[in-house]
Design a protein. Structure first.
Length: 74
């Protein structure tokens, strides 16, 4: 999920213009790394995405999710 909320914390992954396929109409966007859950594509609001991330940015986001949301706490 992308959001334009300016709240930054451990789960923030900032999405910059250079990460997107199309120009973003927001000054600030982020993915919230703690909102990882299984959902079916048909449950996503809208029939088509408003924007998409470049593959290299998706890989960085996946690494960030692994670091913050999926790490094992001791």
């Amino acid at each position: 999920m992308m959001t334009s909320s300016k709240r930054k914390d451990l789960f923030t992954f900032e999405i910059t213009q250079d990460m997107l396929q199309s120009k973003n109409n927001k000054r600030f966007s982020q993915a919230r790394c703690h909102l990882v859950t299984y959902i079916m594509e048909k449950h996503i609001v809208g029939n088509h995405p408003k924007n998409t991330m470049k593959p290299s940015a998706v890989n960085r986001l996946i690494a960030r999710i692994s670091e913050t949301a999926l790490e094992e706490f001791n």
